[in-house]
Design a protein around this ligand. Structure first.
Ligand code: NAP
Length: 485
């Protein structure tokens, strides 16, 4: 391993211990802004995964039996440590993922907000009593933890995507084995270190960095001991994991890909709509599941809106995430850059106009210029695929019905956005859009108090809000009979 000293563990975290992989192998993690190797991390395989599952299974009964207030207190301490250490965690995150430091810090605080939220929710896992059809019987319903959970998370929010899962699972009384993405394992390991300092009992949370996702994933999805699989990532991988989980009838939660429509009606405040678009589109250089992917603009206001957006996009600062003022960092890896390049090229060949950007950026190999395309049609590949890069495709539409029809014409259903000043239209459009989340006159919709998740092929289940606990709990019906005089 070369270079920079990172203040971050690099071994696997299993049963409360920092361990080398069984086979002693390691893999390099590099900074996408520079290509420099920043750490060598334990490369876990099936035997490590089995050890982690066994540890989580062993820790499960005591963790579930711990009073909710005590579980809550550990989560709260973990949250406080994340906030105290936000600068260090953000530095690690930027180095492995590339996003601007200010965004990375924002992600740490956003991740911490889930710990705060679920530390509180842990104390509110209420049951119910139901009027019985017989006078000598009573019906009670209690909510109990599902058991050992496996979490598989992506590289685009290496802290927050895991935070949303582990905070909810542990609040519910479940234990967890986490497999972070190969490109960004360090943020998960840094979280585990804070868990240890927060006093989390050994085995309750385990982290398996690996370059063998299929091998480790197979253990996690087929083990009898794992009762639930929670995944955030692409729809294709989600399908594989769901298939694997059927053998042992596990619960599954899937936070999958998106193809978010962003609709600008002629009555919208165009300046605010453009600001909303910038917030939705350019976070993490366009690599978020809720990024505006298709920007539908009513034909009458297209030229004005396109010009406002073009000016804002041209002013974005593209630079390594650690450089002051950076707004757009590198993409995660070479495949990501060539995917964006191909989508832009094929759109241009099919008749789209490049209004701004349109090529790689001189800041480094993995940087792509913030780009605006006009004259895009709904049929082009760039409007059918998740772009996952800093590209705004502008598509003109005529009527409200037309916008809704086209917005819904996709297998995805995660987030959608619409800008309008007409209250009636705001309701009609929100209700007609086949999406798990709809933002009206806003470009940023995610927070711990709200249920995050998709419909159609964007997923199953919700994270955050009081509903976020449901996926980690089972209902148990208890009948009390023989109560007659
Ligand atoms: P991905 O390729 O599906 O990877 C996600 C995770 O799955 C990584 O940890 C990956 O490991 C692992 N993985 C891949 N193949 C696997 C297998 N056969 N068995 C077990 N694990 C496997 O997705 P990505 O490209 O990293 O992430 C971007 C995708 O995530 C986008 O589609 C985005 O929309 C989606 N996303 C959704 C949400 C949401 O909340 N709905 C949030 C963020 C991102 P490796 O990294 O080692 O390959």
């Amino acid at each position: 391993m070369a270079g920079i000293e990172l203040d971050c563990p690099t071994q696997a975290f299993i049963a409360g211990e920092w361990r080398a992989a069984d086979n002693k192998q390691v893999f390099d993690v590099s900074d996408p802004a520079t290509g420099e190797v920043i750490a060598s991390v334990a490369d876990c395989t099936a035997s490590d995964a089995q050890a982690a599952v066994d540890a989580a299974d062993g820790a499960q009964p005591a963790w579930a039996a711990m009073p909710a207030a005590a579980r809550s207190a550990v989560l709260r301490r973990w949250r406080d440590l994340m906030v105290e250490e936000a600068d260090r965690l953000a530095d690690i995150l930027t180095r492995e993922n590339g996003k601007p430091l200010a965004e990375a810090r924002g992600e740490i605080l956003y991740g911490a907000s889930y710990f705060e939220w679920f530390a509180e929710e842990a104390k509110r896992i209420y049951g119910e009593t139901i009027p019985s059809p017989a006078s000598d019987k009573r019906i009670l319903v209690i909510r109990q933890p599902v058991g050992v959970c496996a979490a598989i998370t992506p590289w685009n929010f290496p802290n927050a995507m895991l935070a949303r899962k582990v905070a909810a699972a542990l609040a519910a009384g479940c234990t967890m084995v986490a497999k972070p993405a190969e490109d960004t394992p360090l943020s998960a390991l840094a979280m585990a270190e804070l868990a240890e300092r927060a006093g989390l009992p050994a085995g309750v949370f385990n982290v398996l960095p690996t370059t063998a996702p299929a091998e480790v994933g197979e253990v996690l999805t087929t083990s009898d001991k794992v009762r639930k699989v929670t995944f955030t990532g692409s729809t294709n991988t989600g399908r594989i994991l769901m298939r694997q989980a059927t053998g042992t009838i596990k619960k599954v939660s899937m936070e999958l890909g998106g193809n978010a429509p962003f609709i600008v009606f002629e009555d919208a405040d165009l300046e605010k709509a453009a600001e909303g678009l910038m917030a939705s589109k350019f976070r993490n250089a366009g690599q978020t599941c809720v990024c505006a992917n298709r920007v539908f603009v009513q034909a009458d206001v297209m030229d004005r809106f396109a010009e406002i957006v073009r000016k804002k996009v041209a002013a974005l600062k593209v630079a390594p995430g650690l450089e002051g003022g950076s707004q757009i960092g590198p993409l995660i890896n070479a495949q990501a850059v060539s995917k964006v390049e191909t989508l832009v090229r094929s759109a241009a060949e099919a008749g789209a106009c490049i209004v701004e950007g349109g090529t790689r950026h001189a800041a480094g190999e993995l940087f792509y210029q913030p780009t605006v395309l006009s004259n895009v049609s709904h049929e082009m590949e760039i409007a059918r695929e998740e772009i996952f890069g800093p590209v705004v495709p502008l598509i003109a539409f005529d009527t409200e019905e037309d916008a809704i029809l086209r917005a819904n014409d996709t297998d995805y259903g995660l987030a959608a956005y619409a800008f309008t000043k007409d209250l009636g239209r705001a309701f009609r459009v929100s209700e007609a859009l086949e999406y798990g989340m709809v933002a009206i006159n806003d470009g940023a919709l995610s927070n711990a108090a709200a249920p995050f998740g998709g419909v159609k092929q964007s997923g199953l289940g919700r994270e955050g809000s009081s509903h976020g606990l449901d996926d980690y709990l089972e209902l148990k019906y208890i009948l009390l009979g023989g109560l007659g005089a």
